[in-house]
Design a protein around this ligand. Structure first.
Ligand SMILES: [Zn+2]
Length: 312
């Protein structure tokens, strides 16, 4: 196996991986705190290059952590990533992944889930994994700039979108992205479902945003949610799917359920052949008050984003 020693580099970028990949490397060796950005991770996956961390002393109780890219003994990242608290979050993320798959909200290796921890680090799902059979050991740790910190697998490239959400909405502690069929149908048609028809929807989702289309996994794609994440906990991604954020992965998955269920129900109302009856505006205001009381963003108060077509 051709192994390339990159221990001398503080940062490994896409062009470094490109160079060793073109030279036929099967493995790179780097220091544990070497920054490995998301674009570099993508290229490592494309060239099937494994990462070996040059560490003298493994983290106690974390067998195999070094081969899988953990921090050295005593490192904050290493201690946290193998702590009981991190383990509980990883298990919650895996449970959310299973729910998404069982409900048909993800297919193939689609969708991704993350959780912000300790302010500037994020546990996220790996690239190219079905969400049904994820295990806690499959999850990765990145920083808010997308640098890979720990985990034996490579992080999803779409974590960039999650990071934009975390940076622009301090309330966001967990993000779920997936492709539920009814909500995605709206995203494909470039319309959002109307509000003021379902009390539960108005409380938990309110007004849905629609982010413009960009190629998934790119920085441009990640940036499409920036105008909306402060005021919306649910966003349709044009020609792609949905993204929801919340205080926990479980709650973010609930909002996906709320959005998908509402899109399905509204689709049925359109087949009944009679007009829908709206909630009176004074009562809509009461729902908005409830929404604010629950600490959810005031999506009706979003005056900055461009108006999107509502299918009614
Ligand atoms: Zn997707």
């Amino acid at each position: 196996m051709t192994s390339v020693d990159l221990r001398w580099k503080k940062n490994v970028a896409a062009q470094d991986v490109e160079a060793v990949g073109a030279a036929g490397a099967a493995e790179i060796v780097i220091e544990p705190r070497t920054a490995l950005d998301a674009a570099a991770c993508d290229l490592l996956a494309r060239y099937s290059i494994t990462v070996r961390y040059a560490v003298a002393n493994p983290v106690p109780g974390a067998q195999g952590a070094f081969e899988s890219g953990d921090a050295p003994e005593g490192g904050r990242t290493g201690r946290f990533f193998h702590s009981p608290k991190a383990q509980a979050l990883k298990e919650e993320i895996c449970a959310v992944g299973r729910k998404l798959w069982l409900r048909g909200f993800v297919d193939g290796n689609g969708g991704n889930i993350s959780c912000r921890v300790g302010g500037d680090e994020v546990i996220c799902t790996p690239t190219l994994f079905s969400k049904f059979d994820l295990t806690p050991d499959d999850l990765c740790l990145v920083d808010l700039e997308g640098n890979y910190l720990a985990g034996r697998e490579r992080p999803t490239s779409e974590v960039r979108m999650h990071l934009v959400a975390y940076k622009n909405s301090p309330q966001a502690k967990a993000v779920v992205h997936c492709h539920p069929p009814h909500a995605t149908a709206y995203a494909i048609c470039g319309h959002v479902p109307p509000s003021a028809l379902s009390s539960e929807f108005d409380v938990f989702i309110g007004r849905v945003a629609l982010a413009q289309y960009e190629t998934p996994g790119t920085m441009a794609f990640a940036e499409t949610v920036r105008p909306y994440v402060e005021h919306h906990n649910a966003i349709l991604l044009a020609n792609h799917g949905v993204v929801c954020w919340a205080d926990t992965p479980t709650h973010a998955e609930w909002y996906v359920e709320n959005l998908e269920s509402y899109c399905q129900t509204f689709l049925i109302t359109r087949q009944l052949g009679v007009p829908c009856s709206s909630i009176p505006s004074a009562k809509v205001e009461e729902l908005r008050v409830t929404r604010r009381r629950l600490g959810l963003p005031d999506s009706n108060g979003d005056s900055e984003s461009a108006p999107v077509p509502v299918l009614s």
